[in-house]
Design a protein around this ligand. Sequence first.
Ligand code: GLN
Length: 190
Amino acid sequence: MTIAILALQGAFVEHEQMLNSLGVETFLIRKTEDWQRHKDGLVIPGGESTAMLKIMKDELLLEPIREAIANGLPVFGTCAGMILLANSVENEERERLATMDIFVRRNAYGRQLGSFYTVAPVKGIGDDVPMTFIRAPYIISVGNGVEVLATVDGNIVAARQNHQLVCSFHPELNTDTRFHQYFVEMVKGK
Ligand code: GLN
């Protein structure tokens, strides 16, 4: 199994290390040439969604990535990655991948106090999953086909729609590999 990691900006190295530690091969996507390589899944990391989106457009990656996800490529978006996958984002008209039926609030915890750590149960994964939030978004509401996997203080922080998995936090920044393992199982089950 080979998983591609979008490496335009943000926390991609940690995803690479975590997937490699699970015995999964990875490669980084920076240009359209990289995108041509065979992949069984895609990770879109956290970072700054506006910056990532701009580079995606400049590198002509937005359309091919959108098309591949629409055609069933399994994808895992964390934090900014979740924003890029959202059908709609509060107070934002910007173009994005928009493949997943979720309504997202950016910087939902405020800009200054936006970073915190907690643990919470995640459906299909288990209890006490470590969650590091960094100027994180959360999901305000989900469409019919979307399964809510975790909430913190009543807000949705992880969800799945068929082959698309998202979370508000950064599972790659902790040593608990269960979230990535869940994605790997998703890719296998495809
Ligand atoms: N605040 C960032 C954004 O809106 C997301 C933060 C993150 O990915 N850690 O794009």
